[in-house]
Write a protein that binds this ligand. Structure first.
Ligand code: FMN
Length: 352
Protein backbone atom coordinates (compact mmCIF):
# COMPACT_ATOMS: atom_id res chain seq x y z
CA UNK A 1 0.00 0.00 0.00
CA UNK A 2 2.80 2.46 0.88
CA UNK A 3 6.29 2.66 -0.52
CA UNK A 4 9.28 3.17 1.69
CA UNK A 5 9.97 6.85 1.06
CA UNK A 6 9.07 9.77 3.26
CA UNK A 7 6.02 10.91 1.41
CA UNK A 8 5.89 14.36 3.03
CA UNK A 9 6.47 16.85 0.25
CA UNK A 10 7.24 20.44 1.12
CA UNK A 11 4.37 21.75 -0.98
CA UNK A 12 1.95 19.56 0.98
CA UNK A 13 2.92 21.08 4.30
CA UNK A 14 0.43 23.39 5.83
CA UNK A 15 1.54 26.96 5.67
CA UNK A 16 -0.05 29.77 7.61
CA UNK A 17 1.05 32.34 5.05
CA UNK A 18 -0.28 30.26 2.15
CA UNK A 19 3.21 30.22 0.61
CA UNK A 20 4.73 26.76 0.17
CA UNK A 21 7.47 26.23 2.77
CA UNK A 22 10.96 25.44 1.47
CA UNK A 23 11.58 22.61 3.92
CA UNK A 24 9.42 19.92 5.50
CA UNK A 25 8.39 20.63 9.12
CA UNK A 26 10.42 17.73 10.51
CA UNK A 27 13.57 19.77 9.76
CA UNK A 28 13.03 21.22 13.22
CA UNK A 29 10.69 20.00 15.94
CA UNK A 30 9.97 20.50 19.61
CA UNK A 31 10.14 17.16 21.42
CA UNK A 32 7.15 15.48 23.03
CA UNK A 33 7.42 16.08 26.78
CA UNK A 34 4.99 14.67 29.32
CA UNK A 35 3.50 17.28 31.61
CA UNK A 36 5.07 20.01 29.44
CA UNK A 37 4.03 20.12 25.79
CA UNK A 38 0.35 20.45 26.57
CA UNK A 39 -1.92 22.57 24.44
CA UNK A 40 -1.05 25.84 26.21
CA UNK A 41 2.64 25.20 25.63
CA UNK A 42 2.10 24.35 21.98
CA UNK A 43 -0.03 27.44 21.40
CA UNK A 44 2.73 29.55 22.92
CA UNK A 45 5.46 27.85 20.88
CA UNK A 46 3.48 28.42 17.73
CA UNK A 47 3.52 32.17 18.38
CA UNK A 48 7.32 31.98 18.35
CA UNK A 49 7.71 29.78 15.28
CA UNK A 50 5.36 29.10 12.41
CA UNK A 51 7.34 26.29 10.76
CA UNK A 52 8.46 24.02 13.58
CA UNK A 53 6.77 20.64 13.89
CA UNK A 54 5.15 20.45 17.32
CA UNK A 55 4.43 17.26 19.24
CA UNK A 56 1.86 16.46 21.88
CA UNK A 57 2.91 14.85 25.13
CA UNK A 58 2.81 11.07 24.90
CA UNK A 59 -0.81 9.91 25.07
CA UNK A 60 -1.46 6.24 25.75
CA UNK A 61 -3.82 4.29 23.55
CA UNK A 62 -5.78 3.23 26.63
CA UNK A 63 -6.30 6.87 27.66
CA UNK A 64 -7.65 7.68 24.20
CA UNK A 65 -9.84 4.59 23.97
CA UNK A 66 -11.07 4.30 27.57
CA UNK A 67 -10.35 7.71 29.14
CA UNK A 68 -13.09 10.17 30.05
CA UNK A 69 -11.29 13.33 28.90
CA UNK A 70 -10.65 14.39 25.31
CA UNK A 71 -6.98 13.49 25.01
CA UNK A 72 -6.86 14.56 21.37
CA UNK A 73 -7.90 18.18 21.91
CA UNK A 74 -5.74 20.86 20.28
CA UNK A 75 -6.11 24.28 18.67
CA UNK A 76 -6.15 24.73 14.90
CA UNK A 77 -3.27 27.20 15.25
CA UNK A 78 -0.96 24.40 16.42
CA UNK A 79 -0.44 22.84 12.98
CA UNK A 80 1.82 21.24 11.90
CA UNK A 81 1.21 18.93 14.83
CA UNK A 82 2.15 15.32 15.57
CA UNK A 83 0.36 13.13 18.09
CA UNK A 84 2.72 10.93 20.07
CA UNK A 85 1.19 7.60 21.00
CA UNK A 86 2.28 5.23 23.75
CA UNK A 87 1.14 1.66 23.32
CA UNK A 88 2.04 -1.69 21.81
CA UNK A 89 -1.19 -3.35 20.67
CA UNK A 90 -1.37 -2.94 16.88
CA UNK A 91 -5.15 -2.89 16.86
CA UNK A 92 -5.37 -0.15 19.52
CA UNK A 93 -2.64 1.85 17.83
CA UNK A 94 -4.49 1.67 14.52
CA UNK A 95 -7.74 2.72 16.19
CA UNK A 96 -6.07 5.74 17.82
CA UNK A 97 -4.22 6.69 14.63
CA UNK A 98 -7.52 6.67 12.73
CA UNK A 99 -9.14 8.89 15.38
CA UNK A 100 -6.17 11.26 15.26
CA UNK A 101 -6.31 11.53 11.49
CA UNK A 102 -10.04 12.24 11.67
CA UNK A 103 -9.32 15.01 14.16
CA UNK A 104 -6.83 16.58 11.75
CA UNK A 105 -3.45 15.69 13.22
CA UNK A 106 -0.66 15.95 10.65
CA UNK A 107 1.40 12.98 11.83
CA UNK A 108 1.47 10.12 14.31
CA UNK A 109 4.59 9.17 16.25
CA UNK A 110 5.12 6.01 18.28
CA UNK A 111 7.07 6.29 21.54
CA UNK A 112 9.82 3.66 21.64
CA UNK A 113 12.09 5.66 23.92
CA UNK A 114 10.47 6.26 27.30
CA UNK A 115 12.08 4.11 30.03
CA UNK A 116 9.74 4.88 32.97
CA UNK A 117 8.51 1.97 35.10
CA UNK A 118 4.89 2.85 34.43
CA UNK A 119 5.47 2.67 30.69
CA UNK A 120 7.45 -0.59 31.00
CA UNK A 121 4.57 -2.10 32.99
CA UNK A 122 2.37 -1.37 29.99
CA UNK A 123 5.05 -3.04 27.82
CA UNK A 124 5.62 -0.02 25.63
CA UNK A 125 8.09 2.84 25.36
CA UNK A 126 11.81 2.01 25.27
CA UNK A 127 11.36 -1.67 26.16
CA UNK A 128 9.75 -2.12 22.72
CA UNK A 129 13.24 -1.77 21.24
CA UNK A 130 13.70 -5.42 22.23
CA UNK A 131 10.76 -6.40 20.04
CA UNK A 132 11.27 -4.80 16.65
CA UNK A 133 8.73 -7.16 15.05
CA UNK A 134 5.99 -5.91 17.37
CA UNK A 135 6.92 -2.29 16.64
CA UNK A 136 6.81 -3.09 12.92
CA UNK A 137 3.36 -4.67 13.33
CA UNK A 138 2.11 -1.60 15.18
CA UNK A 139 3.47 0.75 12.54
CA UNK A 140 2.02 -1.33 9.74
CA UNK A 141 -1.38 -1.49 11.44
CA UNK A 142 -1.40 2.30 11.72
CA UNK A 143 -0.16 2.88 8.17
CA UNK A 144 -2.86 0.59 6.83
CA UNK A 145 -5.48 2.80 8.49
CA UNK A 146 -4.17 6.32 7.88
CA UNK A 147 -2.56 8.30 5.10
CA UNK A 148 -0.67 10.77 7.31
CA UNK A 149 3.00 9.97 8.16
CA UNK A 150 3.62 7.47 10.95
CA UNK A 151 7.03 7.80 12.59
CA UNK A 152 9.04 6.25 15.44
CA UNK A 153 10.96 8.00 18.23
CA UNK A 154 13.53 5.78 19.82
CA UNK A 155 16.94 5.53 21.49
CA UNK A 156 20.33 4.11 20.45
CA UNK A 157 19.65 0.96 22.42
CA UNK A 158 18.52 -0.44 25.76
CA UNK A 159 20.55 -2.03 28.56
CA UNK A 160 23.24 -4.26 27.07
CA UNK A 161 21.55 -4.25 23.68
CA UNK A 162 23.40 -1.14 22.71
CA UNK A 163 25.60 -2.06 19.76
CA UNK A 164 25.36 -0.26 16.43
CA UNK A 165 24.29 -3.50 14.66
CA UNK A 166 21.42 -3.83 17.18
CA UNK A 167 20.21 -0.32 16.28
CA UNK A 168 20.53 -1.06 12.55
CA UNK A 169 18.59 -4.28 12.87
CA UNK A 170 15.82 -2.52 14.79
CA UNK A 171 15.58 0.25 12.21
CA UNK A 172 15.73 -2.15 9.28
CA UNK A 173 12.94 -4.35 10.65
CA UNK A 174 10.66 -1.42 11.47
CA UNK A 175 11.37 0.19 8.08
CA UNK A 176 11.00 -2.93 5.97
CA UNK A 177 8.22 -4.80 7.77
CA UNK A 178 6.40 -1.82 9.16
CA UNK A 179 6.99 0.67 6.35
CA UNK A 180 8.25 3.37 8.71
CA UNK A 181 10.45 5.82 6.88
CA UNK A 182 11.15 8.43 9.52
CA UNK A 183 13.05 7.76 12.73
CA UNK A 184 13.69 10.27 15.48
CA UNK A 185 16.68 9.07 17.47
CA UNK A 186 17.46 10.31 20.96
CA UNK A 187 21.21 9.92 20.71
CA UNK A 188 21.76 7.96 23.92
CA UNK A 189 20.74 4.53 25.15
CA UNK A 190 18.30 3.92 28.01
CA UNK A 191 18.74 1.75 31.05
CA UNK A 192 15.45 0.01 31.77
CA UNK A 193 16.20 -0.38 35.46
CA UNK A 194 18.34 1.47 37.94
CA UNK A 195 17.91 4.96 36.47
CA UNK A 196 14.97 7.34 36.79
CA UNK A 197 13.54 8.80 33.55
CA UNK A 198 15.35 12.05 34.38
CA UNK A 199 18.67 10.26 34.88
CA UNK A 200 18.04 8.38 31.65
CA UNK A 201 18.06 11.73 29.89
CA UNK A 202 21.37 12.72 31.46
CA UNK A 203 23.55 9.78 32.45
CA UNK A 204 23.95 7.63 29.32
CA UNK A 205 26.37 9.55 27.11
CA UNK A 206 25.26 11.20 23.88
CA UNK A 207 26.67 9.60 20.73
CA UNK A 208 25.79 11.82 17.78
CA UNK A 209 28.17 10.05 15.39
CA UNK A 210 26.09 6.92 15.66
CA UNK A 211 22.97 8.74 14.47
CA UNK A 212 24.92 10.38 11.64
CA UNK A 213 26.22 6.93 10.66
CA UNK A 214 22.66 5.59 10.64
CA UNK A 215 21.71 8.21 8.06
CA UNK A 216 24.75 7.23 5.97
CA UNK A 217 23.81 3.56 6.13
CA UNK A 218 20.09 4.16 5.47
CA UNK A 219 20.12 7.15 3.10
CA UNK A 220 16.58 6.39 1.95
CA UNK A 221 15.22 6.93 5.48
CA UNK A 222 14.53 10.29 7.07
CA UNK A 223 16.60 10.56 10.23
CA UNK A 224 15.94 13.20 12.89
CA UNK A 225 18.41 13.63 15.74
CA UNK A 226 17.53 14.50 19.34
CA UNK A 227 19.35 15.01 22.63
CA UNK A 228 21.32 17.94 24.04
CA UNK A 229 20.64 20.28 21.12
CA UNK A 230 20.41 23.78 22.60
CA UNK A 231 21.10 26.40 19.94
CA UNK A 232 20.58 27.20 16.28
CA UNK A 233 24.32 26.65 15.77
CA UNK A 234 23.97 23.12 17.18
CA UNK A 235 20.98 22.53 14.91
CA UNK A 236 22.78 23.72 11.79
CA UNK A 237 25.72 21.44 12.52
CA UNK A 238 23.47 18.38 12.73
CA UNK A 239 21.53 19.36 9.63
CA UNK A 240 24.72 18.82 7.65
CA UNK A 241 24.47 15.14 8.61
CA UNK A 242 20.80 14.30 9.12
CA UNK A 243 17.39 15.42 7.90
CA UNK A 244 16.04 17.02 11.03
CA UNK A 245 16.66 18.16 14.56
CA UNK A 246 14.41 17.81 17.59
CA UNK A 247 14.84 20.05 20.65
CA UNK A 248 13.34 19.25 24.04
CA UNK A 249 14.46 20.78 27.32
CA UNK A 250 16.15 23.83 25.78
CA UNK A 251 12.84 24.91 24.22
CA UNK A 252 11.24 24.73 27.65
CA UNK A 253 14.01 26.47 29.55
CA UNK A 254 14.70 29.15 26.94
CA UNK A 255 11.71 29.29 24.60
CA UNK A 256 13.00 32.44 22.87
CA UNK A 257 15.38 30.15 20.98
CA UNK A 258 12.32 29.11 18.96
CA UNK A 259 11.91 32.65 17.63
CA UNK A 260 15.07 32.13 15.58
CA UNK A 261 14.03 28.84 14.00
CA UNK A 262 11.95 30.05 11.04
CA UNK A 263 14.63 32.43 9.77
CA UNK A 264 17.70 30.35 10.66
CA UNK A 265 16.51 26.94 9.53
CA UNK A 266 13.57 27.36 7.17
CA UNK A 267 13.54 30.62 5.30
CA UNK A 268 15.99 33.52 5.44
CA UNK A 269 13.12 35.95 4.77
CA UNK A 270 11.00 34.79 7.72
CA UNK A 271 10.17 37.20 10.51
CA UNK A 272 11.73 36.78 13.94
CA UNK A 273 8.98 37.01 16.53
CA UNK A 274 9.43 39.74 19.10
CA UNK A 275 8.94 38.58 22.69
CA UNK A 276 6.71 41.44 23.80
CA UNK A 277 4.49 41.07 20.71
CA UNK A 278 4.30 37.34 21.35
CA UNK A 279 3.14 38.02 24.90
CA UNK A 280 0.50 40.47 23.70
CA UNK A 281 -0.92 37.73 21.45
CA UNK A 282 -0.59 35.16 24.20
CA UNK A 283 -2.58 37.39 26.57
CA UNK A 284 -5.55 37.12 24.20
CA UNK A 285 -5.16 33.35 24.32
CA UNK A 286 -4.92 33.43 28.13
CA UNK A 287 -8.33 35.08 28.38
CA UNK A 288 -9.90 32.32 26.28
CA UNK A 289 -8.07 29.54 28.13
CA UNK A 290 -9.08 30.93 31.53
CA UNK A 291 -12.68 31.16 30.38
CA UNK A 292 -12.43 27.49 29.36
CA UNK A 293 -11.39 26.57 32.91
CA UNK A 294 -7.56 26.50 32.83
CA UNK A 295 -5.54 28.12 35.62
CA UNK A 296 -3.05 30.91 34.97
CA UNK A 297 -0.33 28.92 36.74
CA UNK A 298 -0.74 26.04 34.31
CA UNK A 299 -0.96 28.26 31.23
CA UNK A 300 2.16 30.25 32.12
CA UNK A 301 4.55 27.35 32.87
CA UNK A 302 6.06 27.25 29.36
CA UNK A 303 6.44 31.03 29.38
CA UNK A 304 8.50 31.40 32.56
CA UNK A 305 11.81 31.15 30.67
CA UNK A 306 10.86 33.59 27.89
CA UNK A 307 13.21 36.34 29.01
CA UNK A 308 16.11 34.06 30.01
CA UNK A 309 19.40 35.89 29.72
CA UNK A 310 17.76 39.33 29.49
CA UNK A 311 17.37 42.07 32.12
CA UNK A 312 14.19 41.43 34.09
CA UNK A 313 14.20 37.66 33.56
CA UNK A 314 14.39 36.98 37.28
CA UNK A 315 11.68 39.51 38.16
CA UNK A 316 9.42 38.05 35.45
CA UNK A 317 9.83 34.51 36.68
CA UNK A 318 9.52 35.43 40.35
CA UNK A 319 6.43 37.61 39.93
CA UNK A 320 4.63 34.97 37.89
CA UNK A 321 5.66 32.12 40.18
CA UNK A 322 4.32 34.04 43.20
CA UNK A 323 1.15 35.44 41.65
CA UNK A 324 -0.10 33.15 38.91
CA UNK A 325 -1.32 30.45 41.29
CA UNK A 326 -3.49 32.80 43.33
CA UNK A 327 -7.26 32.38 42.93
CA UNK A 328 -8.66 34.68 40.27
CA UNK A 329 -5.23 35.40 38.73
CA UNK A 330 -5.58 36.57 35.15
CA UNK A 331 -4.05 38.66 32.40
CA UNK A 332 -3.45 41.58 34.80
CA UNK A 333 -0.81 39.46 36.55
CA UNK A 334 0.97 38.87 33.24
CA UNK A 335 0.81 42.58 32.42
CA UNK A 336 2.36 43.41 35.80
CA UNK A 337 5.12 40.88 35.16
CA UNK A 338 5.76 42.38 31.72
CA UNK A 339 6.03 45.86 33.24
CA UNK A 340 8.83 44.55 35.43
CA UNK A 341 10.70 43.27 32.39
CA UNK A 342 10.28 46.56 30.55
CA UNK A 343 11.42 48.54 33.61
CA UNK A 344 14.50 46.33 34.03
CA UNK A 345 15.39 46.82 30.35
CA UNK A 346 15.02 50.62 30.70
CA UNK A 347 17.15 50.67 33.85
CA UNK A 348 19.86 48.67 32.08
CA UNK A 349 19.74 51.09 29.13
CA UNK A 350 20.10 54.11 31.44
CA UNK A 351 23.15 52.57 33.10
CA UNK A 352 24.87 51.97 29.72
C1 FMN B 1 9.78 16.48 31.33
C2 FMN B 1 10.06 15.60 30.14
C3 FMN B 1 9.06 14.78 29.65
C4 FMN B 1 9.29 13.97 28.54
N1 FMN B 1 8.26 13.23 28.01
C5 FMN B 1 8.45 12.55 26.86
C6 FMN B 1 7.36 11.94 26.17
O1 FMN B 1 6.19 12.06 26.56
N2 FMN B 1 7.64 11.24 25.04
C7 FMN B 1 8.92 11.12 24.54
O2 FMN B 1 9.13 10.48 23.51
N3 FMN B 1 9.94 11.72 25.17
C8 FMN B 1 9.74 12.44 26.27
N4 FMN B 1 10.78 13.11 26.84
C9 FMN B 1 12.12 13.06 26.21
C10 FMN B 1 12.27 14.18 25.19
O3 FMN B 1 11.33 14.05 24.14
C11 FMN B 1 13.68 14.18 24.59
O4 FMN B 1 13.88 12.95 23.92
C12 FMN B 1 14.77 14.33 25.65
O5 FMN B 1 14.44 15.36 26.57
C13 FMN B 1 16.13 14.64 25.00
O6 FMN B 1 16.09 15.84 24.26
P1 FMN B 1 16.68 17.23 24.87
O7 FMN B 1 18.07 16.95 25.33
O8 FMN B 1 16.61 18.18 23.73
O9 FMN B 1 15.79 17.59 26.02
C14 FMN B 1 10.57 13.94 27.93
C15 FMN B 1 11.57 14.79 28.43
C16 FMN B 1 11.33 15.61 29.51
C17 FMN B 1 12.42 16.53 30.00
Amino acid sequence: MHDNKDTTKPHENRSISGVAPKHPPHRFSVAPMLDRTDLHCRYFHRLLTKQTLLYTEMVTTSAIIHGKADYLAYHEQEHPLALQLGGCCPRSLAQCAALAQQRGYDEINLNVGCPSDRVQNGRFGACLMADAALVADGIKAMRDRVSIPVTVKTRLGIDDQDSYPFLCEFVQTVAQRGGCNRFIIHARKAWLSGLSPKENREVPPLDYERVWQLKKDFPELTVVINGGINTMADARLHLEQVDGVMMGRAAWQNPAVLAQVDRELFDAQAEVADRITVMESFCRYIDTALAAGASLGQIMRPVLGLFSGLPGARQWRRYLSEQAHKPGAGVAVVEQALLRVIQAAEEKEEKN
